[in-house]
Design a protein around this ligand. Structure first.
Ligand code: SF4
Ligand code: SF4
Length: 222
């Protein structure tokens, strides 16, 4: 969880709608699930829980160690893949989600607990599952200061400020204004043409620059 997310969660009345994924993590038995439940409750958020108690290999892993590490790890990998898939499918309709674990910890545990051969097998299976949780590349950081598409849209279809759409705060296009102009011009597309992200080869550099600026800002806050 980022510093700003921690601050907003500290005051649920002011939670930011851009904080859509909140993960609680820490040592075993510290109360992650209880905190995640309370956060989800106070934010009216969806709760995503690690399926630790359903893992039939975990007890043996704690007792025997290495001999049960691979099946225990594979159970968690498949459970994580299922959860990410269901998150993808509900993406349009859900506002905020709170999880009692970081998805990336599965890979960290695999690297700690598996032998070299087992880890190689784990990675092969992981690759076939194509697990990819959303990655923040700082698109929104640029939109907040850019607004080129808003200014250049002939029928003023792109609103200046974000709107709440099905409980999620988003940049908003008024299609009652866009569609007639789009049809009249046989495919306007000005907003895409002027967007810096559309420039071939620029996206990676842009993202790196924006993320660097974000890190520098958070260093100043600390
Ligand atoms: S032009 Fe692109 S970067 Fe600029 S505000 Fe519009 S969508 Fe965002
Ligand atoms: S396609 Fe044209 S009219 Fe529609 S939002 Fe983009 S710039 Fe505006």
């Amino acid at each position: 969880m980022t510093r700003s997310e921690l601050l907003t969660v500290g005051n649920p009345g002011k939670v930011s709608h851009s904080s859509r994924f909140i993960a609680v993590d820490g040592p075993i038995g510290v109360g992650k699930t209880s905190l995640a439940r309370r956060l989800a409750d106070s934010l009216s958020a969806d709760l995503v829980l690690e399926e630790a108690y359903e893992n039939p290999f975990l007890e043996r892993f704690y007792l025997d160690g290495q001999s049960a590490a691979l099946p225990a790890q594979m159970f968690f990998l498949f459970a994580r893949a299922r959860q990410i898939e269901s998150l993808r499918q509900s993406d349009l309709f859900t506002s905020v989600r709170v999880s009692d674990y970081l998805f990336s910890k599965d890979r960290l545990f695999a690297e700690l607990n598996l032998s070299a051969d087992e880890l190689s097998l784990y990675k092969q299976v992981e690759a076939t599952l194509a697990i990819d949780a959303p990655v923040d590349i700082a698109v929104d950081d640029l939109c907040t200061s850019c607004r080129r598409c808003t200014i250049d849209c002939p029928p003023d279809a792109i609103l200046d400020d974000k709107q709440i759409v099905r409980g999620v705060e988003k940049w908003y296009v008024d299609f009652d204004k866009c569609i007639p102009y789009f049809a009249m011009t046989e495919g306007c597309g000005i907003c895409i043409e002027v967007c810096p992200w559309s420039e071939p080869g620029r996206g990676v550099v842009l993202s790196e620059t924006l993320l660097k600026k974000r890190r520098e800002r958070s260093d100043v806050i600390r």
